[in-house]
Design a protein around this ligand. Structure first.
Ligand code: MG
Length: 227
């Protein structure tokens, strides 16, 4: 039985897909940038490529902020200060505390049963901290690790050093890593020798070589797995 549950934030507890779309729309409206049907998908594609580079260690968490909006503005032939646009988007995102349905109930139940809960996120400080706070979740967690704050991201083992330090070095057999992303969350868990639960609500096909210990399609299945 696991004692330490390490949760990814975006699209594992928080509805990042919805939050990002709303924050993006607000940001472009603020800068009076015209929004066409393909505008947001263009940004998403560029953003995904940037995060993939980050996971491969090609760029740092700090570099991703201006880079993704520079590439985006270039792609849609707009001018502007990429760092400013990025910061506006992030502030807007930090206000969107949309949790996935059932997330808070799950955390409440697990907390009542004395599980130790942590957040492990490859996110940005400006987004993650205010959002966790606004959702009223900060007190649920014994450890919160935000990649930007420590300068290293999942799946690197060094990322988890921060979490383990905050938790007082738990035994690896007591730890379960839970997340929706195979290349960061699940590979990260595997890299430190922990069991992993792939939170796959969209029932995607795993086309990678990364093999999670478990796969769950929602909070109900996750709850059952934890015991
Ligand atoms: Mg995620």
């Amino acid at each position: 039985m696991y004692k330490y549950l390490l949760f990814d934030a975006d699209n594992t507890l928080f509805d990042f897909t919805k939050a990002s779309a709303v924050a993006f729309r607000e940001t472009l409206a603020h800068y009076k940038i015209e929004q066409k049907e393909e505008t947001y998908p263009t940004y998403l594609k560029i953003n995904n490529e940037c995060w993939a580079s980050l996971e491969r260690g090609e760029i740092t968490p700090k570099e991703i902020k201006p880079l993704r909006f520079k590439l985006f503005l270039d792609a849609i032939n707009e001018t502007g200060n990429p760092l400013e646009v990025n910061d506006h988007y992030l502030r807007s995102l930090g206000e969107k505390d949309y949790l996935l349905d059932g997330a808070k109930e799950l955390l409440l139940e697990l907390k009542a049963q004395k599980y130790s809960l942590s957040i492990i996120t490859n996110g940005l400080q400006l987004v993650q901290r205010p959002r966790i706070e606004k959702a009223g979740l900060t007190h649920f967690f014994d450890a919160i690790t935000v990649s930007e704050e420590i300068g290293v991201a999942k799946p690197k083992p060094a990322f988890f050093d921060d979490t383990f330090r905050q938790l007082g070095q738990p035994k690896i057999d007591d730890v379960l890593v839970i997340g929706d992303n195979l290349s960061s969350d699940i590979l990260g868990g595997i890299n430190i020798g922990a069991d992993t639960a792939w939170f796959n609500a969209k029932k995607k096909i795993n086309k990678t070589e990364i093999k999670p210990t478990y796969e769950v399609d929602g909070f109900k299945a996750l709850r059952k797995l934890i015991g």
